[in-house]
Design a protein around this ligand. Structure first.
Ligand code: STR
Length: 395
């Protein structure tokens, strides 16, 4: 699954609406169609609670499984459902509404300018890596500022997440780094509890009037979910958009001439080249009938967002093509649906909406320094991320 993303997407597209998949020796269902995913994502019989998984109950899946960190991530808004989920998520989603995000727009613009200066400097005499110099540090700074994570820690976090997601990391090392991150985040939460400041972590610690405050474990869980998600996925959004535009110069031209909006570029990128390939995992608390197929009680369900973005029923016969001029509105589901829909969706759109026009505004002749086919993907099963994105700026 790691090496041949297009082959995998094609195979899964053919099996519908559910496909049986093997995730490193562990069997699960995946949902490959937009309409069924939309239904299942609001079905209360599917839950995030790992204890509902029969393979976990029976001990067939343990902490030795390389993907366990994608599911067993501590108590947080990512792992809990129902009434408790609403309690865990409320403050985070309030902090990330489009209106509240207007307040941090100037900061994102400033980080973008600063990083473009670094890019110009490093790319003055030739090839520069757009990922490590721009697309990766920008989301890290934004989510770091939002959550109150000191800039000195950003390189450590980027290194740890790269190892966390990589399938080349031996499992004992991955478990050790998960523990290290837990210690780091717990210390951060204790510091914020002692000296609250103007960030979302501090806000998560404080009780609402009359409301139950989150426990330390819950604050830590939300904090790490925000940092992991805010950092990893937005890199993909920015780089995938740049890549798609450079591979389709006629479309880039329309965008630069103002005929097509950056918003359209962002939505088409989200549909066609999703930052998250597969989202792990939900578990059936009862048998669930889907068409002719049955998800048995206790089985695991993955949502394969990349495949869903290519669903021809939803997006038309040319769903496989990147096309910012497609006549139909782009109604993708890349941020999910239902109670767990991505709380950071608006933030990522603001980030990409600033980063992309600023990048192409400053370097309109930006060019990939290697053939597109030679871009190396990271050895990651669930995310769609590149090793590097070498460019020539010509600016
Ligand atoms: C990574 C490890 C961790 O400490 C906490 C989380 C919870 C949120 C997860 C994150 C994980 C992995 C990437 C996810 C993110 C939520 C959104 C993001 C799944 C497991 C996506 O890729 C959509």
């Amino acid at each position: 699954m790691v090496n041949d993303l297009d082959g995998e997407t094609e195979l899964l597209c053919a099996a519908e609406p559910l496909a049986r998949i093997e995730l490193l020796g562990v069997s699960a269902w995946t949902v490959t169609r937009h309409a069924e995913a939309r239904r299942l994502l609001v079905d209360p019989r599917l839950v995030k609670d790992l204890d509902a998984w029969s393979l976990w109950q029976s001990g067939e899946v343990t902490r030795e499984w390389p993907l366990i960190g994608m599911i067993d991530a501590g108590r947080s808004m990512f792992t809990v459902d129902g009434e408790e989920h609403r309690r865990l998520r409320a403050k985070t989603s309030q902090a990330l509404t489009p209106r509240r995000l207007e307040a941090i727009r100037p900061d994102i613009e400033k980080y973008t300018r600063e990083l473009l200066d670094v890019l110009a400097e490093q790319g003055r005499d030739g090839v520069v890596d757009l990922k490590s110099v721009f697309a990766q540090p920008l989301p890290m700074r934004v989510v770091g500022q939002l959550m109150g994570v000191d800039e000195a820690q950003h390189p450590m976090l980027m290194k740890q997440y790269k190892a966390f997601f990589s399938m080349l990391t031996p499992q004992d090392e991955r478990l050790a780094l998960i523990d290290e991150l837990d210690v780091f985040y717990s210390e951060l939460v204790r510091e914020k509890a002692a000296r609250p400041s103007d960030d979302l972590t501090s806000a998560l610690i404080l009780a609402d009037e009359g409301g139950e405050p989150l426990t330390e474990e819950e604050v830590v869980g939300n904090l790490k979910a925000m940092v992991a998600a805010g950092h990893e996925t937005t890199i993909g959004l920015i780089l995938n958009a740049v890549r798609a535009l450079l591979a389709h110069p006629d479309q880039l031209k329309k965008v630069l001439e103002g005929e097509v909006s950056w918003e359209t570029v962002i939505e088409e990128t989200l549909r066609w080249d999703t930052p998250t390939t597969h989202l792990l995992m939900r578990f059936a608390t009862e048998d669930i009938q889907v068409g002719e197929q049955t998800i048995a009680k206790g089985e695991g369900v993955v949502i394969s967002y990349r495949v869903i973005g290519r669903d021809t029923d939803q997006h038309g016969e040319d769903a496989d093509a990147f096309d910012v001029t497609r006549p139909t509105p782009i109604r993708h589901m890349t941020f999910g649906h239902g109670p767990h829909i991505c709380p950071g969706a608006a933030l990522s759109r603001v980030e990409a909406g600033i980063a992309l026009p600023a990048l192409f505004g400053r370097f309109p002749d930006l060019e990939l320094a290697i053939p597109d086919g030679e871009i190396r993907k990271l050895p990651v099963m669930t995310q769609n991320d590149m090793e590097a994105f070498p460019v020539l700026l010509h600016g």
